[in-house]
Ligand binder design. Sequence first.
Ligand SMILES: Cc1ncc(COP(=O)(O)O)c(C=O)c1O
Length: 474
Amino acid sequence: MGRNPIYTKVYNELRYKILSGDLPIGSLLPPERKLADQLGVSRNTVVRAYTELEAEGLIAGKMGSGRYVEPLPPLPAFSRVDWRSQHYEYLHASPSHMEELLSVTDRYPDTINFAHGDGGRHTIFESGLMEHVKRAAERSPSYFFTSVQGLPELREHLIKWMAFAQISSPDQVCVTSGSQEGLYLITTLLARQGDCIVTEMPTYFGSLQLFQSLGMQIIPVPVDRDGMRIDVLEGILARSRPRFIYTVPTFHNPTGSTLSLVRRKQLLSISEKYGIPIVEDDAYRHLHLDKEAPPALKELDLCGNVIYLNTFSKMLFPGLRIGWVAASRPFIQRMARLRELTISTSTLNQYALASFLHDGALRPHLARVTRQYANQAERMESHLRPLRALGLNYEKPDGGFYFWISLPEGMKVRSLMQTCHEAGVSITSGDMFLLREAEQPFIRLCYTHEDIDQIDAGMSILTRILSSQKEVSR
Ligand SMILES: Cc1ncc(COP(=O)(O)O)c(C=O)c1O
């Protein structure tokens, strides 16, 4: 007979947390008295639980600094597989930029958000989308499956929206859960672990994280004011055979640059020459500040070499999780096969969007928000201009959502980011968009998410922090 049931409960809970990896190796356990207070048990109960865990080798005390979780004891030779610590090791070795960025508002709910890349809260109501979500929610088909390739009427609307001569049938379109899923499917179909792919550098961090997680070798091509350096790309293709060229040619994230018409034609011609497909990520096409974007690569594509990717995350809202891919029929059909494995896009959201597009609501919405975004960009720039005196540098983008800003050499971006978070402003560190830390530190600021008042408030805080950091580094 006899274990003390309270002690057993504490022991079992701690043991579970250690074995499952919830308390990773090296975690410091709370002092006896503190844990006893937290759990509402006697100190003696905690001491007994700790003693038992020590006897099992799961925890050990270090003189003067408390008790820590020990590495799991070696398994016997016939052993079970220790699948839990594999996850722990992976997480430790590969921190997630995506999670770091997307959870900003969970971690700092009142933050002034220059970190996320989306249209602002202030545009939701005016968009009129809510009305279409309600309408969709009142239709019974919204609650059932639709085609894996996406709701047929939505695909019809997408064809009209793109207005590309080459894409005339719903069989050439696949709806995806945001363009991130589209890019995942495309990459999985075109490349295998260890294969090379080419991309602009810097580039959209979600693509970098995706390629790296799938074990791709990334060949970077620099970007200038006119977009990807095609002369450099040509040199790369002469030496290696990447599986595809990933590009954000229009209002590039993060630099804001746009591939010139001349370079678009050169890119298409060398992709044709070497037989290497282009994955065109066109998320920002309709979000121009002054002049409209040049034609999409897909529009100029006479040989079917371009796989086109777009999303409603930037034109409308990322919470919809609706994007699409347009390409040749066989490619799209293979993609749909792959998608069957997850069947991931909500039918309800597809109906809502189809209804929004049916009413012709997208064009007036874009006309309204691009005017607002132009004012917001103007206002953010009015705060940035004086910061040039501190050594900051940037080019005003022609569209998209961001200012890509170089900071004075030696400034520590990660600590700047942390100081900003603590002061109530979220920014994005430039290293997320690069393969390795650049000598010149960068930050990315999104001007679309916050309204003018919040831009004023946030930029004043940022200016104060940057000025004091500059003082310190002198
Ligand atoms: C260039 C680019 N592609 C894709 C995405 C992701 O879009 P989605 O929300 O549709 O997955 C982003 C988002 O920042 C982006 O900037």
